[in-house]
Write a protein that binds this ligand. Structure first.
Ligand code: WQD
Length: 338
């Protein structure tokens, strides 16, 4: 079995990708320092696939520890690098935490992965690199705009680092996947989103409000130039996203890539407003949601949704789940969390 290293493999998108990798016949090695995840996610993965990933609680900020890991694993067939801090607001207050955790770790992972014979590298990037895109839907050739947060900047810098490494190492192959808004949970409700503390993102906050954990959802503004005044995003089911990672990895392992650095948007191509997401929750949960309209949130873009043509034509991948499917799975997960 080909061995794949998944950093941040106990996180939200990482854990769902581990399941899809195992389902596709790969042996998975997870590296996760549990700074934004819990070891119970490992049990969730095993309960779905019956396969136990090898797990290393290694802090990728420790260069010597990363080198020690790779010294013991020279037979790795690929790397999917999720490990990073991802809270936009926190990154504004703690920029150095983000540059250390998101950039240093990427450099150490690349230094070691490029030493392996044939190990392609998949990078977890984000549509945040586009900022407030001038044209919608957003394609991979849409301009990269100055980042609105240190978090977003670490994704832009990360892509530039990988691009430079690929230019210098023509036998090193990488793909950056720019996610839109991942939501939902595995249908088994054995794994899902586990926000630590007060959720910053819309869907986990909706779910905790629906479950009575939060009193009321604050909708950050309804005077935007959109059909109902609230911001529009492209909410993609996390399992669709996970499956795209396996497809991208196989593309590189099988040498089907046309250049040694490629970029793909991963979204549904469908934009949904905040109020539409709330209505979706009310449909799938059969309960009304307590929310109020408050001031706009600093840094929010008005609208972002993907042009999905490249992923469809090149990866032969399209998202299969609807907004209601994703919200239904997230609600099922929230209910079993009690
Ligand atoms: C979505 C919409 C909010 C919370 C961020 C990162 C992005 C990615 C996903 C990591 C916006 C509104 C939200 C709330 C609200 N993270 N909202 N009340 O900001 O599109 O993207 O998370 O990769 O990189 O930038 O997602 O879920 O925070 O917000 O009204 O309590 O919901 O204003 O319009 P966002 P989000």
């Amino acid at each position: 079995m080909k061995k794949i290293v998944v950093t941040g493999g106990l996180g939200f998108i990482g854990s769902h990708t581990v399941v899809e990798l195992q389902n596709s016949g790969f042996e998975v090695i997870i590296i996760d320092n549990l700074s934004n995840s819990t070891i119970s996610v490992l049990d969730g993965i095993v309960s779905i696939t019956g396969q136990i990933p090898t797990f290393y609680n290694t802090d990728l900020k420790q260069k010597a520890d990363v080198e020690a890991f790779f010294k013991g694993h020279n037979d790795i067939a690929g790397v999917i690098h999720f490990a990073a801090s991802k809270a936009v607001g926190e990154s504004v207050n703690e920029p150095l935490l983000y540059y250390e955790n998101n950039i240093n770790t990427l450099v150490y992972m690349l230094q070691n992965t490029t030493q392996l014979a044939h190990a392609p590298f998949i990078f977890s990037s984000s549509c945040t690199v586009y900022g407030e895109a001038k044209a919608l839907p957003i394609s991979e050739t849409s301009p990269i705009q100055p980042a609105l947060s240190p978090y977003g900047n670490t994704k832009q810098i990360g892509e530039e680092i990988i691009s430079d490494v690929c230019k210098a190492n023509t036998n090193f192959n990488a793909i950056a996947l720019r996610y839109f808004n991942p939501i939902g949970s595995h249908e088994s409700a054995k794994i899902g989103e586990l926000p630590l503390g007060v959720p910053q993102n819309l869907v986990p906050f909706i779910m905790q409000t629906g479950a009575g954990i939060r009193e009321q959802l604050s909708v950050f503004g309804d005077t935007y130039a959109t059909q109902d005044g609230t911001c529009i995003r492209d909410y993609i089911h996390v399992v669709d996203l996970a499956k795209a990672h396996v497809i991208a990895l196989k593309r590189l392992i099988d040498g089907e890539n046309t250049t040694n650095y490629e970029v793909f948007n991963l979204g549904t191509g469908q934009g949904s407003s905040v109020l539409e997401v709330i209505k979706s929750f009310e449909r799938v949960s059969n309960q009304s949601l307590n929310y109020k309209i408050v001031d706009k949130r600093e840094g929010d873009v008005v609208a972002a949704y993907a042009n999905t043509t490249k992923a469809k034509d090149v990866l032969k991948w399209t998202a299969q789940s609807s907004l209601d499917d994703a919200m239904r799975s997230a609600w099922k997960w929230q209910q079993q969390l009690k």
